[in-house]
Design a protein around this ligand. Sequence first.
Ligand code: ADP
Length: 404
Amino acid sequence: MPSFPVLVLNSGSSSIKFSVYETGGEERTRLLEGEAEGIGTDQGKFHINDANGAKHIEQAQPLPTLATAFALVADALKSGKFPVPQAIGHRMVAGGPTVVENQRITPALIDEMERYTAFAPLHTPIAIFIMRESLRLFPGLPNFVCLDTWFHRTLPATARELPIPQEYSEIGVRRYGAHGISYESIVYQLQPNVPEKLVVAHLGNGCSISAIRNGVCIDTSMGLTPTGGLISGTRTGDIDPGVLLFILRKIAKTTQNASEAADKLETAVAKQAGLLGVSGVSNDMRDLRAAIAQDNVRARLAVDQFVYTIRKWIGAYVAVLDGLDMLVFTGGIGVYSSETRAEICSGLEALGIVLDSERNQTSKYDQARGAAIISAVNSPAIVRVIPPAEDLMIVNHVLRLLAN
Ligand code: ADP
């Protein structure tokens, strides 16, 4: 089978992450991973490593714009030093009510998704820009969009619809969820033994949790946008709508128009809130743990609230699933912060969750050992740590769509 390199593009607010997979038949081998980071600054960095971590490119240079950063990525991948991609998969948080399926990207599709930028305002403008640049700089290559919302397309109406006037539901205001490619990858990694009643907590910079029955998502914590649900690094999560109105009215006194006021409110609830807002220290769990070690009470409160909210949500999803077979932690905090996992699981015996504290401590993820089980042998529910494999899922979607 001839090799067929697939490029995966996953852009964030200040970085473009990418990987190249060698594919053919059942083969999926990651050849390269790279990142252009520090976009919008003169402290940019660019690297490409191979799958063994060996550095092929490592350079520091100003990356004033997203365009300069993506041109750097495209030039490197077209230089002939690496396998030239034959197809490209783009991670997209939300495509809006009309773009639900993963599919081949056309200029018209990009225009359609752009109409719903408000559904993932921190992510969509960047992803849209990269898609347009990708069509331009890799002419002729098939590009595909892979949506985080795709995994949540199965939500029943009770979980999907929001308690708002119908005129808004009719224009697509509902629960879409996010982190879907991560959830999908957890179900994929659990195959062929996907438990019936599964709760997955994706705890990264953004945090969410999903209730999954027999591999099918039946509820998820993020809502119309990734700002809803759990407390995240810089986002409020679910909050009394009255709080938004109060803040909006306060902001409106010093702004010129509604759009400016909405932008300021968005900054407050999506970029300055969450762990960062409460602690006043950082949005990063490692910094917060360091501050707690120095007896910083605001950092302690932020982490306590974070843990408390997740515990409440686990309880809710055990109710939704009518029991629990397995709880999986994923995302940077879920995979690496044993302290946070212990705090979340402590006292959840009534829900069938009993951690083995030693396994939890030592479960620092190790590729060779695979996903670690951190529950006690007598725990009614199994608790596992599984890193997400989002790029692999995107590659699988690209190959499936190409085959169709
Ligand atoms: P993203 O959502 O941007 O993909 P990650 O999944 O990498 O982010 O998660 C980032 C979070 O994971 C940060 O809060 C970071 O502090 C936390 N994290 C990463 N490594 C560790 C670690 N060793 N201990 C505690 N927290 C960690």
